[in-house]
Design a protein around this ligand. Structure first.
Ligand code: NAP
Length: 493
């Protein structure tokens, strides 16, 4: 068997499939897993006839790979990655290359990159999306690290990535933690997409009384148009599935308590850190968090009453179905606008040099958020790479304008009937806030100056101003006459 030029550590669901994908594309690969029995099982059942060489110690694994070595790590994110690196790095030398292909937190990747750089070992943080199926048949891959070393791995990553008409779903993302950062935002957007879809289901279920099977059929129909996406497709399939034991739609017997692993939360935290509004993603996060309060919700449902819910029928129901479809697409645009803004801001703040059209392109295949909409997003950022917000693109402006009435009808209907729609509502509020020439932040500044002398700016003069609010000079017709003084001159602090 040819000497492997690449190796992979970690043979759980992602690693075992990614290693097979690499081998299936003709790249001999060495594999290693901490627990020996896992490697033995893998070799016994999955690698026959493929150029996969098992190793049972890290030393043997490293020796098996031709120099300069390229090694992928696919273990549980967090401390396990540090533990593997602590054992692996002393066995490597300059010009070897290590890529962490798990869902590592981008700050961890930045820390590891900085620590490893002086050793001459090239360190990459590589986001891999698409789950088990993607790992085997073609994921979307987001590599970040030292650009000069990227050609070393471009060939193998290009071979194993998902393919779309304009190329493989992989591109060099940028330096340091850029790859893991983009993967994190991908997952945040995924949270937003999922929450929007489940709100569409919830509204149609409660407002129109449609069964899960009926809503599944509606989603399947939507998936043939502008909403064509992996998540709408699988939602239709889940809704149309029936539980063998009870004969009921399977979603009706699945407990309504959502799990999460953390990447969506990290996106929310970084939005707050960088001051970039991402309300749809935040709504998706608290939507999952409140779902986890199942016992409290059961108790609250007995005592907290909402409006009486009368069912929409006939033409009213048909109108709502059409409106929810429009709300879903418009909200998705608002959500992606937020995610892309966060990418642009992080890129500028942290020097990633992210290429937004390329990011939209590599998300078109292999990953969880793959969707027809990404073609339009790629086109918008290709037309204007400095576009400050997707909502300003002429095509997206037109798309939202066409759907604005349906979007508002959906949110109004849900609120009127007491059906929670945090992501639809936040997406619409984002749109309305972004297009507002004047927001009520003027009063916030007044409040801040009143209680903390934080000063404020004026619309008619430059500079910072302060008012002595507690001592109005006079009162006239109930109004308090106050003076705006330049801050620092006997006024603000
Ligand atoms: P996982 O359950 O996250 O991790 C299990 C693997 O990590 C096993 O190979 C395990 O080895 C190894 N491991 C754990 N602690 C270790 C340590 N201290 N030292 C050495 N090895 C250690 O596996 P996964 O689901 O395949 O995911 C791998 C990575 O891909 C994760 O970062 C995950 O977040 C990311 N990811 C997963 C998916 C998915 O759909 N599952 C999708 C995209 C990305 P042992 O067998 O010895 O325990």
């Amino acid at each position: 068997m040819a000497t492997p030029g690449i190796g992979l550590i970690g043979l759980a669901v992602m690693g075992e499939n990614l290693a097979l994908n690499i081998a299936n594309h003709g790249f001999p690969i060495a594999v290693y897993n901490r627990t020996r029995a896992v490697t033995e099982q893998y070799v016994a059942h999955r690698t026959a006839g493929k150029p996969v060489t098992p190793a049972y110690t890290l030393e043997e694994f490293v020796r098996t790979i031709a120099r300069p070595r390229s090694i992928a790590i696919m273990v549980q994110a967090g401390k396990p990655v540090d533990s593997v690196l602590d054992q692996l790095l002393p066995l490597l030398g300059p010009d070897d290359l290590v890529m962490d292909c798990g869902n590592s937190y981008f700050e961890d990747t930045a820390r590891r990159s900085a620590a490893i750089a002086p050793t001459g070992i090239h360190y990459f943080g590589v986001g891999v999306s698409g789950g088990e199926e993607g790992a085997l048949n073609g994921p979307s891959i987001m590599p970040g690290g030292p650009e000069a070393a990227y050609p070393r791995i471009a060939g193998v990553l290009g071979a194993i990535a998902a393919k779309v008409p304009d190329g493989p779903c992989v591109a060099y993302m940028g330096t340091g933690a850029a790859g893991h950062y983009v993967k994190m935002i991908h997952n945040g957007i995924e949270y937003g997409d999922m929450q929007l879809i489940v709100e569409a289901y919830d509204i149609l279920s409660h407002a129109c009384g449609f069964s899960a099977i009926e809503i599944g059929a509606i989603f399947a129909e939507w998936n043939r148009g502008e909403l064509d996406s992996y998540l709408v497709e699988i939602s239709a399939a889940v809704l149309q599935s029936v539980d063998r034991d009870t004969g009921r739609p399977i979603v009706d017997v699945i407990l309504d308590r959502a799990g999460q692993k953390g990447t969506g939360r990290w996106t929310g935290q970084d939005g707050l850190e960088l001051g970039v509004p991402i309300p749809t993603i935040e709504a998706a996060l608290w939507g999952r968090n409140i779902s986890a309060l199942k016992a409290e919700r059961l108790a609250a449902a007995k005592v907290l009453k909402g409006p009486r819910q009368s069912r929409l029928r006939g033409a009213s129901a048909e109108r709502l179905v059409a409106a929810v479809r429009q709300a879903l697409y418009a909200s998705k645009i608002a959500s992606y606008a937020q995610g892309m803004s966060l990418l642009a801001t992080a890129s500028a703040e942290r020097g990633y040099s992210l290429n937004l059209p390329e990011i939209a392109r590599i998300w078109k295949g292999g990953c969880i958020i793959r969707a027809r909409l990404l073609n339009e997003i790629q086109a918008a950022f290709t037309r204007d790479p400095r576009l400050p917000n997707l909502l300003l693109d002429a095509d997206f402006r037109a798309a939202i304008n066409e759907r604005q009435a349906g979007w508002r009808h959906t949110v109004r209907t849900a609120i009127g009937l007491g059906i929670p729609c945090p992501a639809f509502g936040s997406s619409l509020a984002y749109f309305d806030s972004y297009r507002a020439a004047r927001l009520p932040a003027n009063l916030i500044q007044g409040q801040r100056d009143y209680f903390g002398a934080h000063t404020y700016e004026r619309v008619d003069r430059n500079g910072a101003f302060h008012t002595e609010w507690l001592v109005p000079e006079a009162s006239a017709n109930g109004a308090r006459i106050v003076t705006s003084q330049p801050a620092g001159r006997g006024g603000g602090h």
